[in-house]
Design a protein around this ligand. Structure first.
Ligand code: ADE
Ligand code: ZN
Length: 330
């Protein structure tokens, strides 16, 4: 079963590329860019990854990404992730990045956009891996700051497959970003948002109502609200669930407590993703394997979840049908 899961053509829809920064690369980039780190060794970095909640993770996540300064850094970061992902059977990656977290350190938009663009091209050339790019806004900053970034990104609109919303959820409801998401919609850019990770089910409803999103990132709080569950079931708006992330950020105590089985039982369109693989104990395959261990799902269930991700990915229809065929042959 484990070999079969590795070979299953998997599509990843929820990955923060800055959260794929492994400690070894963090040290290499720190040396390259003369950035000092509060750690002496790789083991010390890993030992620090003991989170009590989302904010305690975000503090280290923003600290770690200070080593990313140049176009080459973003290229190397993404290539290192794509290489690991393709080795675990991932055939398509939708990566998000946080431009505001770089702009506020004096790293201009060209560095992430050009570096990621080149890595996305290289991955397709080298492994036949396809990719899509999501530009995320930081919800714990002013909405005007997000609007400013959206306008600044104009030279790169053709590169952006969607905009997203991430960072500290509690106290930063979706409605705060109504105008930004309205502007993205007017520009013809699809929209996704984190909702119902640490926040309540009401944030999921609000993101659907106010931001007009086509996917919910996480969404695991949905079971708190029966009307919302019915809405998600009827609309088949997908949830990009990240089970290992939810365990590491104490959204749930352990994998066996995760609401995934109930959410699937309710007929919602669920996908499995890694979120921040360098911080949460593994990539997409590890998330599939953790579900196998906790829930003992059969091949039909994993094929359904992998197929859901193919259904809703930002990819050309020809690629979608090719991946559905490869999945069916498994
Ligand atoms: N940014 C990176 N990972 C995140 C997560 N799990 N939730 C919110 N914002 C994030
Ligand atoms: Zn996330």
């Amino acid at each position: 079963m484990k070999t079969w899961l590795r070979e299953l053509p998997k599509v990843e829809l929820h990955l923060h590329i800055e959260g794929s920064l492994e400690p070894e690369l963090m040290f290499a980039l720190a040396a390259r860019n003369n950035v000092s780190l509060p750690y002496a060794t790789v083991d010390e970095v890993r030992a620090a990854y003991d989170f009590s909640d989302l904010q305690s993770f975000l503090d280290l996540y923003y600290q770690g990404m200070r080593v990313l300064r140049t176009e080459q850094d973003f290229h190397d970061l993404a290539m290192a992730y794509f290489e690991r992902a393709q080795a675990e059977g991932v055939v398509h990656v939708e990566l998000s990045f946080d431009p505001q977290a770089h702009l506020s350190r004096g790293v201009e938009l060209a560095a992430p956009f050009e570096g990621l663009r080149r890595a996305m091209r290289d991955a397709e050339r080298r492994w036949g891996m396809t990719t899509a790019l999501i530009m995320s806004f930081l919800r714990d900053r002013d909405a005007l700051d997000a609007m400013d970034v959206l306008e600044k990104a104009a030279p790169y609109y053709e590169l952006i497959d969607a905009v997203g919303l991430d960072s500290a959820e509690m106290g930063n409801p979706p409605a705060k970003f109504e105008a930004v998401f309205e502007r993205a919609k007017a520009l013809g850019i699809p929209r996704v948002a984190h909702a119902g990770e640490e926040g309540p089910a009401a944030y999921i409803s609000e993101a659907l109502d106010v931001l007009d999103i086509c996917r919910v990132d996480h969404g695991v709080a949905c079971l708190q609200d029966a009307a919302l569950v019915e809405r998600l079931r009827a609309s088949q708006i997908p949830l990009t669930v990240c089970p290992l992330s939810n365990v590491r950020l104490k959204v749930v105590e352990q994998m066996t407590d995760h609401p995934l089985p109930q959410i699937i039982e309710q007929g919602l369109k669920v996908t499995l993703n890694s979120d921040d693989p360098a911080y949460f104990g593994g990539g997409v395959l590890d998330n599939y394997l953790a579900c196998l261990e906790a829930f003992d799902w059969d091949q039909a269930m994993f094929k359904q979840l992998a197929g859901n991700a193919i259904d809703v990915a930002f990819m050309p229809e020809s690629r979608r049908s090719e991946l559905h065929k490869r999945l069916a042959a498994c």
